[in-house]
Write a protein that binds this ligand. Structure first.
Ligand SMILES: [Zn+2]
Ligand SMILES: [Zn+2]
Length: 64
């Protein structure tokens, strides 16, 4: 499978404040909210909350 949009997978957009954080941090650099949720993942494209078991976003079908 071709790996698309690798640069997007390396950042986490805070779902609380919208700050862009790099993937090696677990907490938002701006507001301190937890970026890694161990039961859910947030879509990088649309921000939808998805089960960690999802391979693609329920909303936009982005590869999680
Ligand atoms: Zn934040
Ligand atoms: Zn999405």
């Amino acid at each position: 499978m071709v790996e698309l949009k690798k640069d997007i997978s390396e950042i986490k957009v805070c779902n609380q404040c919208g700050e862009i954080n790099y993937d090696n941090v677990n907490f938002c650099q701006d507001c301190g909210s937890m970026l890694k949720d161990f039961t859910h993942v947030f879509c990088d494209i649309c921000g939808a909350k998805n089960s960690i078991e999802n391979k693609t976003c329920d909303e936009c079908k982005n590869l999680l």
